[in-house]
Design a protein around this ligand. Structure first.
Ligand code: NDP
Length: 341
């Protein structure tokens, strides 16, 4: 990161450098360090918050200008003086955005029991943080039941595509929105409907009046809104919610690059419609990860859950990939592949 960021993050806010003077060797004495080769990096919307001098909320720290940024990733351990890890292990957790790392803080690292027919990169998303977010956010926060009418914004992204499929597996009626033709209709195949099995899908950028669009897809109202976006979409959703509806506030990506947040004018409807609106952070729910993994892996293997990644190759392309999240360039989970093994 060159410096703290104001406004929309651009790829030029980051720089990729090479330092050949660093010796990638662990000190001889046993001090619990790991040398990793970083394979896949996850681009996540919350990372923009870490580019502010002062982060909003206190769940993460700011990145330090001049140093590599960090985030979730998949790595192979090349050497270890840590008793829990050995050479050859695969892990996911926090890694720096660099090709090789000396890791002292191993708290976030989870060992991967690699399953042959599942790509390793999936641990940046469906088998990692985004997957657990979708699982907890939908099943725990939304209190869903069969037949509920569910609306998901940013529906083709890492979290959204999974929430929609979890809702379909439960027997809900699911509508998703996304911001480009390519996402709603990809190469003449409807991504949200045909690939993920949603009942309906629309491009919110093509709708002149979102309130009208929501009434078209939910003539009887929305039971569950899975909120990924915030701003105007939230306002229009509020006026289309049903009595006793639930809103899981997962994220508000439309607000992350703004200095001054947009106003929400329909919050009073929470009262009249007895809506429960609840924010959550996946970090509070990691104890559910083993249970989640046992549930999701067979679903992937049986083809009952499908998953789309948008992968760019090489660290040089990582800044643009990360910045692209906030303009909707990614189609599916945005991954950076630094190396494949
Ligand atoms: P995505 O893969 O969905 O990528 C982000 C997408 O957001 C873009 O592709 C774009 O899709 C959409 N978007 C970007 N800017 C805007 C905008 N101004 N208005 C409307 N849509 C926009 O990201 P994730 O699935 O990783 O994350 C989805 C949400 O979940 C984010 O808000 C994120 O912060 C949140 N999150 C929360 C967690 C928690 O613990 N609470 C954990 C993980 C994620 P489109 O084409 O549809 O515009």
């Amino acid at each position: 990161l060159k410096d703290y960021v104001n406004g929309y993050v651009k790829s030029s806010d980051m720089v990729v450098t090479t330092d050949t003077t660093i010796r990638l060797e662990l000190p001889k004495k046993d001090n619990g360090m790991i040398l990793s080769k970083n394979l896949y990096l996850s681009c996540d919307p919350y990372m923009r918050n870490r580019m502010n001098k002062t982060v909003k909320g206190s769940y993460v720290d700011s990145f330090t200008p001049g140093l590599p940024i960090s985030g979730y990733g998949v790595a192979r351990i090349l050497d270890s003086t840590h008793s829990d890890f050995e050479k050859g292990d695969l892990v996911w957790g926090f890694v720096n955005w660099e090709e090789y790392s000396l890791i002292t803080d191993t708290k976030s690292l989870i060992k991967i029991r690699h399953i042959d027919d599942i790509p390793l990169s999936y641990y940046t998303g469906i088998l990692g943080m985004a997957g657990l977010t979708a699982y907890v956010g939908f099943h725990d926060i939304c209190s869903p039941k069969k037949g509920d009418f569910v609306y998901i914004s940013a529906a083709s992204g890492a979290v959204g595509q999974l929430v929609g499929q979890f809702a379909k597996l439960l027997g809900c009626y699911v509508v998703g929105s996304a911001g480009s033709k390519e996402k709603v209709k990809q190469r003449h195949v409807d991504l949200l409907k045909n690939k993920f099995g949603f009942d309906e899908a629309f491009n919110y950028k093509e709708e002149q009046d979102l309130d009208v669009a929501l009434k078209r897809y939910f003539p009887n109202g929305i039971d569950i809104y899975f909120e990924n976006v915030g701003g105007k979409i939230l306002d229009d959703v509020l006026s289309n919610m049903r009595i006793n509806g639930r809103i899981a506030v997962c994220g508000m990506i439309s607000q992350y690059n703004l200095d001054r947040l947009e106003g929400i004018y329909n919050l009073h409807l929470l009262i009249f419609k007895r809506i429960r609106m609840q924010g959550f952070l996946v970090f509070d729910h990691y104890h559910l990860y083993p249970k989640f993994l046992d549930m999701i892996v067979p679903l992937i293997q049986e083809g009952k859950i499908v998953y789309i990644e948008d992968t760019v190759e090489a660290l040089e392309n990582a800044p643009a990939a990360l910045a692209g999240l906030y303009t909707g360039k990614n189609v599916g989970k945005q991954v950076v592949a630094i190396a494949h093994e």
